[in-house]
Design a protein around this ligand. Structure first.
Ligand code: XBP
Ligand code: MG
Length: 268
């Protein structure tokens, strides 16, 4: 079945955003004089919890505090996250977070072939707006037919809900689309919705169990920066992942029936 939509995760997939998120979290904690500082090692661990508000709450749960202090800190989560989002979007709007290799190229190739684009992300609409307008221009959001994100679903990744919402809004069956992700949580969410999934891990997610992925690449590559060892290792047609090859990988031709198999390879 032909691929009618690419459904992109945002953080780690469209752009390597998590360092900017980590700095923004620490700025919010500093603004509220909490004395919390998330190191890179802390944050890699904390990223196992998707959603910034949920991540802060999971950190509070680990603190050795009294029940009243825990309740007070939990009451701060919404304002901490709102401040963090302001710090994050400011960095992104200043152009501090570029798209990953090959993303702009793949989006253009998909558009040229009439393939729709969608987003399925745990992050907030504000963060997505900032990233897409900073990297794809004032009409960056308009390139995406559907943007499913943040609190639109109660169960965040690894639950499949956000991908099911994106598919339902696109009016597509899973076989008619494919997902691009960077993390184990994202892969589980996308495959849980029945989607063939490409994974391009980052420093924050590398080393995860990506066995359920249809393909794992370090990034999408570019003509001027082909992937090491490609074509020939995982890719057939070029040293970078082209839209046509991605679709062929995601929807392999139907198996030959008995009669076709008899005549396979014979001169027509
Ligand atoms: C990754 C996430 C988000 C970001 C932080 O989202 O889990 O929580 O880490 O953004 P994606 P928020 O599904 O795009 O990979 O603070 O807005 O949640
Ligand atoms: Mg991600």
């Amino acid at each position: 079945m032909a691929t009618e939509a690419l459904i992109f995760d945002v953080d780690g997939t469209l752009a390597d955003t998590e360092e900017a998120h980590r700095v923004a979290f620490n700025l919010a904690f500093e603004r509220h004089r909490l004395g919390w500082v998330w190191s890179r090692a802390d944050y890699r661990q904390l990223l196992e919890v998707t959603g910034g508000k949920e991540r802060i709450a999971s950190y509070i749960d680990l603190l050795p505090t009294s029940a009243p202090e825990r309740r007070r800190l939990m009451g701060l989560v919404p304002v901490l996250h709102a401040d963090k989002t302001r710090f994050y979007t400011a960095v992104v709007q200043d152009g501090g977070v570029p798209l990953r290799e090959g993303i702009a190229r793949l989006i253009g190739e998909a558009q040229d072939q009439g393939c729709r684009l969608a987003i399925a992300s745990t992050t907030t609409a504000a963060n997505i707006h900032a990233l897409l307008t900073a990297t794809l221009g004032p009409r960056g959001l308009d390139l995406f037919a559907v943007i499913a994100c943040g609190d639109q679903v109660r169960a965040k990744k690894p639950a499949p809900d956000i991908y099911k919402l994106a598919l339902a809004t696109l009016g597509l069956q899973p076989e008619q689309a494919l997902a691009l992700e960077d993390s184990v949580n994202g892969l589980r969410a996308a495959t849980g919705a029945g989607l063939w999934t490409l994974v391009t891990p980052t420093f924050w997610t590398q080393g995860g169990d990506f066995a359920a992925a249809g393909l794992v690449l370090p990034h999408l590559g570019e003509p001027q920066a082909p992937l090491h060892g490609e074509p020939g290792c995982l890719l057939k047609t070029a040293g970078w992942l082209r839209f046509d090859e991605l679709c062929a990988l995601a929807s392999p031709p139907p198996p030959l029936n008995a009669v076709q198999a008899l005549y396979r390879g014979l001169p027509s």
